[in-house]
Ligand binder design. Structure first.
Ligand SMILES: NC(=O)c1ccc[n+]([C@@H]2O[C@H](COP(=O)([O-])OP(=O)(O)OC[C@H]3O[C@@H](n4cnc5c(N)ncnc54)[C@H](OP(=O)(O)O)[C@@H]3O)[C@@H](O)[C@H]2O)c1
Length: 308
């Protein structure tokens, strides 16, 4: 899997097509998608065009990840969810297909807002259905996203194919060392989402700490190397090592997020300072600290527990 991918979440209609094309023209070869982003068709249009125009020689030159949404967790719906993503993206196979969250919604529900919209599908059953996608040649690798160690262990206990990847939020304020090390020691590749602190995420407003990109330590390191805080945060991720999938629809940033990030050499002093920024818990985690539907027994149907 190429270590730098192009993130596509929250890209507005119209922007994600142009952004994806630009990213591939600038040398990105990994696209991070999901059924629930509702923009796979636009990304698929960009993929089709870059191949037709010769920017890349063939589909095989790209690594395309998509994710199974929670309304498709029932075993009889897993294949349907996957095929829908593949059709939208216009591809005959996916390089990586992830279970987006370890939680199921009832069929047809995009976002559960009440407990009765939660579905009782064990992640083990969904995983077994995902393994069949590999057997059928629809996907090359399968993995998970937003899984904690306990959930990884549940899947590992029944899996006949390796968990290729766990994609989760991690950045200097939310380093998740135990989870990271567990993945490393079990051969599970880590992809970081929200590497720049999830500033664009709607959940940002529930947190009291200032944006990670405004952190003075990160700013000082960026100034020392003559680059931006965003580039420092991404370079830290790569160095850890993890795959990173920055989202941007701005051509200059799309370029910086690859070229400047690859060029930046963080030194031991930088790494020690960044290691000291970890603040696990609600203050450090912007994206999914306890998404209402993550803990079924604590289901509130709203976001009030974000206030701590
Ligand atoms: N598995 C999951 O549950 C999950 C959850 C969240 C995200 N993801 C994936 O991870 C990807 C990245 O995460 P993310 O979208 O939350 O956030 P992100 O990549 O950390 O940040 C995106 C935001 O930062 C801005 N930005 C990007 N590069 C910049 C730069 N060099 N300088 C200044 N600003 C910059 C973007 O603005 P512009 O676009 O306006 O340039 C956008 O507002 C997503 O797109 C998605 O593919 C997965």
């Amino acid at each position: 899997m190429p270590a730098i991918g192009y993130g596509t979440w929250l890209s507005k209609p119209g922007e994600v097509y142009a952004g994806t094309k630009k990213a591939i023209e600038l040398g990105y070869r990994h696209i991070d998608e999901a059924w629930v982003y509702k923009n796979e068709a636009e990304v698929g249009k960009a993929i089709k065009e870059v191949i037709a125009e010769g920017t890349v020689a063939a589909r095989a030159d790209l690594w395309i990840t998509s994710k199974l949404w929670q309304c498709h967790h029932r075993t009889e719906l897993v294949r349907e969810g996957c095929l829908d993503s593949m059709t939208q993206l216009g591809v005959e196979y996916l390089d990586l297909y992830l279970m987006h969250f370890p939680v199921a919604f009832v069929p047809g529900c995009d976002e559960a807002v009440s407990a009765d919209q939660m579905d009782d599908v064990p992640i083990e059953d969904t995983w077994r259905a995902m393994e069949k996608l590999v057997d059928e040649g629809l996907v090359r690798h399968i993995g998970v996203s937003n899984f904690e160690i306990a959930e990884l262990k549940r899947v590992q206990a029944v899996a006949s194919k390796p968990i290729a990847c766990n994609q989760f939020e991690t950045h200097p304020y939310y380093q998740r060392r135990e989870l990271f090390e567990y993945c490393q020691s079990h051969g599970i590749a880590v992809t970081a989402h929200s590497s720049m602190g999830g500033g664009a995420n709607a959940m940002r407003k529930f947190h009291k700490s200032p944006p990670l990109t405004d952190d003075p330590v990160i700013g000082e390191i960026a100034a020392k190397h003559g680059t931006s805080p965003h580039v420092v945060l991404l370079a830290w991720g790569l160095r850890r090592p993890m795959a990173i999938i920055p989202k941007s629809v701005t051509p200059k940033r799309i370029q910086a997020n690859k070229d400047e990030v690859l060029a930046l050499q963080l030194d031991e002093d930088d790494l020690a300072k960044i290691a000291g920024l970890d603040k696990p818990g609600l203050d450090g985690c912007y994206c999914h600290p306890r998404t209402p539907w993550l803990g079924r027994s604590e289901f509130t149907g709203d976001t009030k527990h974000y206030y701590g």
